[in-house]
Design a protein around this ligand. Sequence first.
Ligand SMILES: Cc1cc2nc3c(=O)[nH]c(=O)nc-3n(C[C@H](O)[C@H](O)[C@H](O)COP(=O)(O)O)c2cc1C
Length: 148
Amino acid sequence: VIGKMAKAIIVYDTVSGNTELMAKEIEKGMKEAGVEVVVKKALDAKIEDLKDVDAVVLGCPTYYDDLISSIKWFLTEMRKVDLKGKVGAVFGSYGWKAVLEHMYAPMKNIFGMEMVDPSLKKKMTELITEEGKRECREFGKKIADRIR
Ligand SMILES: Cc1cc2nc3c(=O)[nH]c(=O)nc-3n(C[C@H](O)[C@H](O)[C@H](O)COP(=O)(O)O)c2cc1C
């Protein structure tokens, strides 16, 4: 008997497209591993979207040593849903120092999510290589392995 398909959502934002490229490759990796995935930009995502997923994956680039505001808004909204025990993962593109821990810490410490380690950060210069894309798909597969 085939069980219920594992479900995940990827919520991300991007300014110049790099984090979006990562999101698409991660989605591909998760789908290849048999997970049902929805991908939304932060401003289009709703907290109701989180209710019946097994994993929540957040993606955000680093600007001025910080997350961008749409992702901060979504993270803050996430407190309204019971996420305890769900799998969480974070990723993002950066130039010289990523701040993924700004997403990782509340997901782990406040929402009680089971985080995938290590998070996936890609320097803007290495993203578009085939190797960079492959790493993103591998990260997707790793998340998938935690929820299937
Ligand atoms: C105005 C501006 C500020 C930036 N600030 C940072 C920063 O503080 N730290 C960092 O590592 N990269 C910084 N970057 C580099 C971006 O994180 C990098 O270009 C990234 O690939 C952008 O991702 P996106 O295409 O998804 O928006 C900055 C880029 C710009 C244009």
